[in-house]
Write a protein that binds this ligand. Structure first.
Ligand code: GLT
Ligand code: MN
Ligand code: MN
Length: 389
């Protein structure tokens, strides 16, 4: 294996405890892999070369643990992190597994459930900060409905906003160095989840009391589930200074949430995503929110984790080759080239320019007749990705 494709700390590759720890249970069958403790999962991640490990509160500390048990578990985990040189860049709360959250957490109709969700999240924030996390992900898995008869969507948004405003104030009061990253998903486990896309989340953030503390954690699979172009969502988040974290995986369009190995399903889309992240200089964690096929044993889980990181690095290398490919770059330059006259017409607005533009005579027919050679450009991309170029 070439060292070009070996993970290193500087790549900031991270996995959730729930990802490599996924035991392979699904709707139609039980677990196929034996239980691995958080400490064992840290060992596994160190062995495959990951840099970071992320967690929900209850991935580490069981929901019914006593304070003494919590202290012991966290202590052992910290020793393992130290021993294996792993970091915890991100933490989150499980607000979806316990039956108490069957109607959601921050948006549940029962005020006691909403209050409990806030309490649980404050405690999980304390845990995350104790472990060194600087990003706090909020994924509203059960913040939704099966029937709109059950909840007013406007009221749900107001409750969601109250929760985030409350939590931002809590973090400020504690003096924590922590930012929130909101993760959208269109459906599953609820029939409809509120704020279903990264674009919805970005618009919602602007309505919060402390928008500067809140960004997004887009996930490949979640945008692909609703047929959207993930890289475009990421680009919008980046443009707004809101790409605080990213969940990398893969997904067949329009299916249940598959959480497949990164780059395994839509390699071309994954290539353009990596190309984008590397070219803009995204410097946050590259988190793989995915899990191994149900067919795998623990060796297969390692193959899965290694594969996520390897594919990222292959695409990173391909992005470099794309940027250095004379024929590809010449095609791009040709279609984007303009004369001085066009550049003048497209400057910032002033009355003189507007007047010149109004009077300018365009050769509309010639504009429409021009071939753009995108077929050639895309095939060169395919040649490059498939290794024949
Ligand atoms: C859950 C979900 C993910 C979220 C995790 C954070 S948990 O596995 O499917 O997309 O990122 O809560
Ligand atoms: Mn997912
Ligand atoms: Mn995710």
């Amino acid at each position: 294996m070439s060292s070009l494709y070996e993970p290193r700390a500087e790549h900031k590759f991270s996995f959730g405890l729930w990802t490599v720890g996924n035991p392979g249970a699904d709707q139609f069958g039980p677990r196929v892999r034996s239980h691995r403790s958080p400490v064992q999962l840290v060992e596994l991640l160190a062995e495959v070369g990951a840099w970071g490990v992320n967690l929900h509160d209850n991935d580490l500390v069981p929901i019914d643990a006593s304070p003494a048990q919590r202290q012991e578990i966290v202590g052992e985990f910290k020793v393992a992190l130290e021993k294996h040189g792993l970091t915890v860049p991100m933490a989150t709360t499980n607000l979806f597994s316990d039956p108490a959250f069957k109607d959601g957490a921050f948006t549940a109709n029962d005020p006691k459930v909403r209050a409990y969700a806030l309490q649980k999240t404050m405690q999980a924030i304390d845990l995350g900060v104790d472990l060194g996390a600087q990003t706090y992900v909020c994924w509203g898995g059960r913040e939704g409905v099966e029937s709109d008869a059950s909840k007013n969507p406007l009221v749900a948004l107001q409750r969601y906003r109250h929760a985030l405003d409350f939590l931002c104030s809590y973090v400020r009061d504690q003096g924590y160095d922590l930012k929130f990253a909101l993760e959208a998903k269109p459906n599953e486990p609820r029939s409809d989840i509120y704020l279903p896309t990264t674009g919805s989340m970005l618009a919602f953030i602007a309505t919060l009391d402390h928008p500067e503390m809140v960004g997004v954690n887009p996930e490949v699979a979640h945008e692909h589930m609703c047929g959207l172009n993930f890289t475009h969502a990421v680009a919008q988040a980046w443009d707004m200074g809101k790409l605080f974290h990213i969940d990398l995986n893969d997904q067949n369009y329009s299916r249940y949430d598959q959480d497949l190995r990164f780059g395994s399903q839509n390699p071309k889309a994954a290539f353009f995503l990596v190309k984008f992240l590397e070219e803009v200089g995204y410097s946050g964690p590259r988190h793989f929110d995915a899990h191994a096929y149900r067919s795998e044993d623990w060796d297969g889980v390692k193959d899965f984790a290694r594969g996520c990181m390897r594919s990222y690095l292959i695409f990173k290398e391909k992005a470099r080759a794309f940027a250095e490919d004379g024929e590809i770059q010449a095609l791009i330059a040709e279609v984007t080239a303009s004369g001085q006259a066009d550049a003048d017409l497209l400057g910032p607005y002033d009355a003189e320019r507007a007047d010149a533009l109004r009077k300018h005579v365009f050769d509309r027919v010639a504009l429409g007749a021009r071939g753009l050679a995108y077929e050639k450009l895309d095939q060169l991309t395919i040649d490059l990705l498939s290794g024949v170029r």
